[in-house]
Design a protein around this ligand. Structure first.
Ligand SMILES: *Cc1c(COP(=O)(O)O)cnc(C)c1O
Length: 453
């Protein structure tokens, strides 16, 4: 039988892990953890240790691990048809899912374009927006606007509209030029407003840019309400409302990257609902199959679709299609996910839990190094700082977040950080008692690391 040590040795020999400097595992007790099974909010390692999956396995899990109904949906579909191309062919799960997505999103959304993951859903949105303007006779509308510190995926198009140095800097010679506006980061407000007194003054920058360059701008792409990869930075829904109005004024498309926020994460199906607006195009991925299988969708309106609808000879076809587009296994699980969300009133039942979560996060206020405590829906985040008064951050090399992560693993929770931000993004089905367990582990871990070291 292969021992745990042998599995790890082989892992490090053969697997190149994402976003990981593997040299850190050298001559160290710290190794990747082998997870063998999951149940609800918990996952279990090869030794049987149990951990709360507080990051929903990179933000994808919504209904917990190994859900009977989802397992059955997957197996049932596998016995019918596991895959079929989606050009000139179709299948019931893809049709059913598209209908459900359009119905949940509401008017004016009418069309669902499938792809495989968040990055490809964003690529689709960008190409769709550009080709839309091209076919409207405005090929000069070729620039995309996005926020500083934004994250839209790791493929080159999505990196182009991204703004986080670690993902982008090296590739700057390869990516296409985009226009950036300052992100609304309330804790370190670019306009120095006191929190709670926000008039969204930072929006002026968008107004000025649109006014000056609207004739060249195809679309603005945003992460709605939360810049996830930037460290769960949150901003007011009012910003999105203003953006919708401004996009309409200047004939600029609004692309809403809901990849991390859709399917209940913010307490609603889609984050744009908080602002009472509808984007022109939006992207969903994480959460669409409740965390089971890669699948993504770029959802849009007839306004966009009709610009592509014409006689074959006009060459208006959208030539984009991944081999596994609309995979039946993934679509069948996604359909069942949406059935469960509806039948078990997942969103409705979240509302009380969200209030509870928000109130319980106050315990972190007593910690000396908890600089900012932010919350929306089923996301909580703590930005740890060296000095609360000056907001002086910890240095990158201090790896404070990483230390808290290791400490929390010992205590039974996966709190994989973003730099110095410890965040909670648990499966939506977490109970209030489990929220308490999780926050206690986080509290003790942060306290141990920041006050004893
Ligand atoms: C994760 C993420 C993506 C990329 O999704 P992948 O499935 O990892 O390619 C895009 N946009 C946002 C907002 C994300 O959080």
């Amino acid at each position: 039988m292969t021992s745990k040590e042998e599995w790890i040795e082989k892992d490090l020999k053969y697997v190149w892990h994402p976003d990981t400097q593997q040299k850190q595992y050298e001559g160290n007790n710290y190794k990747p953890t082998i997870i063998e099974k999951g149940d609800g909010i918990y996952v279990y390692d090869i030794d049987g240790n149990k951990y709360i999956d507080a990051v929903s396995s990179w933000w994808v899990n919504t209904l917990g691990h190994s859900v009977k109904r989802l397992n059955n949906a997957l197996l049932t579909q596998a016995e019918k048809i596991e895959h079929i191309l989606l050009a000139d062919f179709t299948h019931k799960p893809a049709i059913e899912l598209a209908e459900k997505l359009v119905n949940i999103a509401g008017s004016p959304f009418t069309k669902v374009f499938y792809s495989d993951d968040g990055s490809t859903a964003v690529e689709v949105a960008l190409k769709m927006a550009y080709q839309y303007w091209y076919q409207k006779g405005k090929p000069e509308k070729k620039f995309f606007v996005s926020m500083t510190e934004s994250y839209h995926g790791d493929t080159l198009g999505s990196v182009s509209v991204g703004g986080i140095d670690i993902y982008k800097k090296i590739f700057n010679p390869l990516v296409f030029e985009t226009l950036k506006v300052c992100a609304p980061y309330c804790y370190r407000c670019p306009k120095n407003c006191k929190q709670g007194k926000c008039n969204i003054d930072c929006f002026e920058e968008v107004e000025k840019l649109f006014e000056a360059r609207h004739s060249e701008i195809a679309a603005m792409i945003v992460e709605p309400l939360v810049q996830g990869a930037a460290g769960m930075r949150m901003y007011p829904a009012e910003y999105l409302k203003k953006l919708r109005t401004l996009c309409d004024k200047y004939d600029i498309l609004l692309i809403d990257d809901e990849v991390a926020m859709a399917f209940g994460r913010t307490g609603k199906y889609f984050a744009f609902e908080h602002a009472g607006i509808k984007p022109d195009i939006f992207c969903v991925a994480k959460g669409i199959t409740a965390g089971y299988i890669p699948l993504a969708a770029t959802i849009t309106t007839d306004k966009i679709y009709n610009a592509f609808y014409d006689d074959f000879s006009t060459l208006k076809t959208f030539y984009h299609g991944h081999s596994f587009t609309g995979n039946p296994l993934a679509c069948a699980v996604a359909v069942e996910n949406l059935n469960i969300m509806k039948e078990e009133k997942i969103i409705e039942n979240l509302q009380h839990k969200i209030e509870y979560f928000k109130n319980r996060l106050k315990i972190f206020e007593s910690l000396k190094h908890a600089g900012d405590i932010r919350h929306i829906g089923m996301i909580g985040a703590i930005e740890m700082v060296k000095d609360k008064t000056t907001k002086e951050p910890y240095a990158f090399e201090d790896r404070m977040g990483h230390k808290v992560f290791l400490e929390a693993m010992k205590r039974g929770a996966i709190l994989r950080p973003i730099g110095n931000v410890i965040y909670f993004m648990p499966p939506l089905i977490i109970t209030e008692a489990q929220i308490d367990d999780l926050l206690k582990i986080a509290f003790d871990s942060i306290k141990t690391v920041t006050e004893n070291n």
